[in-house]
Design a binder for this molecule. Structure first.
Ligand SMILES: Nc1nc2c(ncn2[C@@H]2O[C@H](COP(=O)(O)OP(=O)(O)OP(=O)(O)O)[C@@H](O)[C@H]2O)c(=O)[nH]1
Ligand SMILES: [Mg+2]
Length: 380
């Protein structure tokens, strides 16, 4: 039986990519590659480093490019479809290679677990802005901050705790580097929620119609606003519906509003405020209010109360969308300065929690009073 000598990892996504890259590394890699690949000239276990060579893999003669990176470290570039990839991996596995996921391959090269996690997260970054923040963490921003806090725990626990809190305040933002922020558009029927979704997205995704009650289901799309990944969700108009399907739609709308990071209550500027809108604001006092149809003459009593600072928009004419976008993005919190530590994974959150707890204990042991603790860490 073949023994576990080296690892084989597919570094490129599955699917019909033009070329797939396999990393073959560890004791026995050179011998296995030499057995499987016939090069145009010479043998793979005698190849010079970093010189790509054309070859044929296995009895089927899959056309490959082989690069030797170190003595026992190879890259094999084969066709990107699932069949050639599986063929190459299976044959190397039969020679003792252990297939591992690319995340594990990456973790083996990282200097810290946070760096490995940042590398994996980078592949799931939704926008350039998210990737830049994750790249900072990959380059050590979070690890350096942890080191600094550890230095401060005994000599300056209050400062250590302040740093924990400062970094912890970016946790939600950190979670959204690989998952979009959820923004829900809610409001009465016919106020223009679907029109606003389409206007913000820049294309027609949801049906718009003059008849109230047009949208019944949730209509979600992924987009980016000001460089942040957003899941924008259009919902059924809130009203006491008689029809069962519409009632189900209203229940879904309420669920979407409850789960959203930002709720945009869309109002119709040509009609006075309604009870259902006040109710929603009561439940989500943090909702942003967008008064739509500002291209039409306003109602005598605009649907508004002064405290909520409504934003006038026209979905039809794309007026006020920049202001609305800015207000939505502002709800995500301050953008971290370049190089700032941002916790982005459960492991980061746990590290922060542990540091916090250690700081509080250290302060207590030295009789230093620190008067703050949060729910994650619990009381000292
Ligand atoms: N003048 C004007 N009309 C608008 C504007 N936005 C939407 N409308 C019109 O308002 C009507 C309803 O628009 P929708 O976007 O379907 O409204 P909705 O809130 O999604 O409605 P429901 O799905 O029924 O809840 C349509 O006739 C739109 O053309 C706007 O900014 N200005
Ligand atoms: Mg609609």
């Amino acid at each position: 039986m073949a023994t576990d000598l080296f690892t084989v990892s597919r570094l490129t996504p599955a699917g019909r990519g033009a070329v797939a890259c396999l990393a073959v590394e560890g004791p026995g890699a050179a011998a296995a590659v030499a057995e499987e690949v016939r090069l145009a000239r010479g043998r793979a276990d005698a190849m010079p480093l970093d010189r790509p060579a054309l070859g044929r893999f296995g009895p089927h003669g899959e056309e490959v490019i082989v690069v030797r990176r170190r003595d026992e470290q190879f890259e094999i570039h084969c066709h990107g479809g699932p069949a050639p990839i599986e063929y190459c991996i299976d044959r190397l596995a039969a020679r003792g290679g252990r297939p591992i996921p690319w995340e594990q391959w990456a973790a083996g090269r990282a200097t810290t677990p946070v760096q490995a996690a940042a590398f994996a997260a980078l592949s799931r970054a939704r926008t350039e802005r998210c990737a830049a923040i994750l790249l900072d963490q990959y380059s050590g921003a979070f690890d350096r901050a942890v080191e600094r806090i550890e230095q401060l725990i005994d000599e300056a626990p209050a400062e250590a705790l302040r740093l924990c809190d400062e970094i912890g305040s970016r946790s939600n933002l950190g979670r959204r580097l690989t998952q979009p922020w959820r923004v829900a558009l809610v409001g009465r029927p016919n106020v223009g929620k679907s029109s606003l979704l389409n206007a913000l997205a820049g294309f027609s995704r949801a049906i718009v119609h003059a008849a109230p009650g047009t949208t019944r289901d949730l209509v979600a799309l992924e987009t980016s606003l000001d460089g942040w990944p957003i899941e924008l969700c259009d919902t059924a108009g809130l009203r006491d519906a008689e029809d069962a399907v519409e009632q189900a739609g209203v229940a879904l709308a309420e669920g979407a509003a409850a789960k959203a990071d930002v709720v945009v209550l869309v109002l119709d500027g040509t009609r006075p405020a309604a009870f259902v809108e006040e109710q929603l604001l009561h439940r989500r006092p943090d909702a942003l209010c967008a008064i739509n149809k500002c291209d039409l003459p306003p109602a005598e009593q605009p649907p508004w109360t002064a405290e909520a600072k409504p934003i006038s928009v026209s979905a039809r004419l794309s007026i006020g969308l920049d202001r609305l976008t800015a207000a939505i993005v502002q709800r995500f919190g301050p953008f971290p300065r370049p190089g700032a530590a941002v916790p982005f994974s459960e492991a980061c959150f746990e590290i922060l929690d542990r540091l916090r707890l250690r700081t509080i204990r250290a302060a207590k042991a030295r009789g230093i009073h620190i008067d703050c603790f949060d729910q994650r860490s619990g009381p000292p």
